[in-house]
Design a protein around this ligand. Structure first.
Ligand code: NAG
Ligand code: NAG
Ligand code: NAG
Ligand code: NAG
Ligand code: NAG
Ligand code: NAG
Ligand code: CA
Ligand code: CA
Length: 586
């Protein structure tokens, strides 16, 4: 009966939506957020081309001097060249593509350069990280002059396989790169991490030397960047730990594939996203190791660069915090005893608030090659799950993607297959915290974690609730609930007037949640800022929906923006758009 009423009111809502002209609020946020004292207005969404899809627009950075943005274009197609897109923001309402720097063919340029992954800008130059060929080979660092498109520096980063996130220090002297090191069998279900090649996760630190020379026949000098690179291998750090200390990390929730031992653990460590300490005089960096559910800190002191510590993030307990884990039951957010998640953050941003250093992380979640639905697990512990039959139903936990290597009462049994463990699971561990957190940057302790706030906010939102936990390329309500939900992935922290704010980008839902984080223990939620037509039907073309799948968010201070007002620039992976939101006081 209750269900029937629910369906009826949903039907009515859809009817109302389609029978009246679409009100702006269903498509786009605009206006004042009283709780934050900020007003947001979208000035433009530049579309890079007549295409959509994964990789169409990735990481972005902005050069305050030239008013140029650099965005990685890594379209997953066999025929399209891979590029670094340079966008001119001299007029924020009418940005245009200044230059498309072709950096590689998808198949590899001269069997040498693979996919571009990430970009960081300094003083009119863009540092780009690129895979080698194959992607398990050493990766490549390149520097381009943004205005002219000239390549002005290049180096192979020995042992840095699949260089992903890249950060250039404020003084230009150093470039720090997260080397993710995915195995060659990345896409093969259940693949054993012992299968080679499976490079170690690492951090590459490049000393940058800038010289200039005047080419023959030219009338002015050009810059020339060269690099001295040091590699910090996570295995060296793991080797430096006692067995006791290593096991302690595992007990606290560092996720290392149980088919590996301490001596090979770094094969499974996959650094994802790097941030530098926001005080340029403090030589520290922090990196998320997403799949491993942890954050690591790195000492950048010249000559003694090293990995300092790994801070495991533990498990999120959905027995205390409500979640929607089923994609076949509509919006139903509730608690489940025995259900947990790895947090698995992607973006990390360092910020100093009230004189204290903090780390902000977006707990997106990411599956490895091994993942199962709950109903595929052979044996659930009936003392934790009294009614196993109920739990296995599709409208309960049946279809939820969980980690089959963990949560087994007596531990992983190496004599059995990864997908045929017969000992009972007493914890079901899903992927992703569906949240964001603030950590104390001095010790990794959690200061704030957003709990169920993202899902409950979207479920109650007048427009977004029409498409709760939708996928990123079409309006398909509830379709991501059995995976990692809304997938908070991008994140930016910014100072405006005398307050500090955080923007959390949602990869699947699109848009971003804005918070006042001036008091890091008690962030104040302001609004969900989006440009997506949640009222469009499932059949609507991806290109008609708006800005989809925020991958990167950059705050631009008022003094660095041509409008004289601050901006939030957002690169949207699926829609191939960069949106520019003007930020003012209100
Ligand atoms: C910026 O672009 C907008 C939209 O095309 C246009 O109306 C405006 O005149 C431009 N501003 C300047 C200063 O050119
Ligand atoms: C890609 O391939 C084409 C032809 O195969 C070649 O001309 C071009 O230089 C290659 N590199 C880039 C960056 O497009
Ligand atoms: C530019 O730097 C590279 C090292 O990256 C060096 O090999 C090359 O000789 C330099 N070119 C000039 C003209 O200085
Ligand atoms: C980078 O420069 C510092 C000195 O500023 C030096 O101590 C360090 O060894 C250099 N690293 C490499 C890889 O050359
Ligand atoms: C277990 O759940 C099933 C399906 O929901 C139900 O039919 C059955 O009665 C339950 N058994 C017990 C012992 O509660
Ligand atoms: C911040 O600015 C507001 C408005 O200008 C002012 O009322 C408030 O006192 C300021 N707070 C601090 C801590 O400076
Ligand atoms: Ca690896
Ligand atoms: Ca659901």
């Amino acid at each position: 009966m209750k269900l029937a009423v629910g369906l009826f009111s949903l039907g009515l809502a859809v009817l109302l939506v389609s029978s009246v002209p679409i009100v702006n609020a269903q498509q786009e946020f605009s206006g004042c957020i009283p709780k934050l004292g900020l007003s947001l207005k979208r000035l433009s969404s530049l579309k890079a081309g007549a295409w959509e899809g994964a990789g169409a627009m990735e990481v972005m950075d902005y050069d305050p001097f030239s008013k140029l943005a650099a965005i990685v274009e890594a379209r997953r197609s066999a025929t399209t060249p891979l590029a670094l897109l340079i966008v001119n923001y001299a007029n924020v309402s009418a940005p245009f593509i200044h230059r498309r720097i072709m950096v590689s063919n998808s198949s590899g340029e001269g069997t040498f350069v693979g996919t571009p992954n990430s970009v960081s800008v300094w003083n009119g130059f863009a540092a780009l990280s690129l895979d080698g060929v194959p992607f398990t080979a050493s990766g490549i660092l390149r520097v381009y002059h943004m205005a002219s498109g000239a390549k002005v520096g290049e180096a192979v980063m020995q042992g840095c396989s699949m260089p992903d996130s890249i950060q250039w220090s404020k003084d230009g002297s150093r470039i720090v790169v997260a080397c993710e090191g995915e195995p060659t069998t990345q896409e093969i279900l259940g693949s054993d991490p012992e299968i080679e090649p499976n490079p170690s996760g690492a951090i590459a630190i490049a000393n940058v030397t800038i010289s200039s020379y005047t080419p023959a026949g030219a009338d002015r000098p050009v810059a020339n960047f060269s690099f001295a690179i040091k590699l910090l291998d996570f295995q060296v750090y793991i080797d430096s730990l006692t067995t006791l200390a290593y096991n302690n990390l595992l007990d606290r929730g560092l996720r290392i594939d149980p088919r590996l031992t301490k001596v090979t653990a770094a094969k499974d460590i996959e650094p994802e996203y790097i941030t530098l300490h926001s005080d340029p005089n403090v030589l520290l960096a922090y990196v998320t190791v997403q799949e491993n559910n942890a954050v690591a800190s790195i000492d950048l002191t010249p000559g003694q660069e090293r990995i300092l510590s790994i801070w495991p993030l533990g498990l999120k307990d959905w027995g205390n915090t409500p979640v929607d884990p089923s994609d076949v039951d509509g919006t139903r957010i509730r608690k489940f005893k025995g259900l947990y998640s790895w947090y698995q953050p992607d973006t990390i941003v360092h910020s100093i608030i009230g004189g204290k250093p903090y780390l902000f992380i977006a707990n997106e979640g990411d599956t490895k090659a091994e993942s199962r639905r709950v109903k595929e697990l052979a044996n659930l512990d009936s003392t934790v799950f009294p009614n196993v039959t109920t739990i296995r139903q599709d409208n309960e936990l049946g279809r939820l993607t969980v980690d089959p290597l963990f949560g087994i009462k007596k531990g992983y049994d190496r004599s059995q297959g990864w997908d045929s463990q017969t000992k009972p699971y007493n914890r079901l561990i899903a992927y992703g915290g569906r949240s964001w957190s603030i950590l104390d940057a001095t010790n990794g302790q959690v200061v704030f974690e957003s709990g169920s706030q993202i899902e409950t906010t979207l479920a109650a939102h007048p427009a977004a609730s029409l498409c709760f936990n939708t996928d990123r390329d079409r309006n398909d309500p509830d379709s991501r609930s059995d995976n990692a939900g809304p997938e908070p992935e991008a994140l930016e922290v910014f100072q405006f007037k005398n307050k500090t704010y955080a923007a959390i980008g949602l990869e699947r839902m699109g848009g971003m949640l804005l918070y006042d984080v001036t008091v890091p223990k008690t962030p104040v939620f302001g609004a969900y800022v989006y440009n997506r037509n949640f009222a469009a039907p499932r059949s609507a073309l991806t290109s008609s929906l708006g800005d989809l799948a925020p991958e990167g968010i950059r705050f631009v201070e008022a003094k660095d923006s041509r409008t004289g007002n601050a901006l939030l620039l957002v690169s949207n992976e699926i829609s191939a758009t960069v949106s520019a939101w003007e930020v003012r006081s209100c």
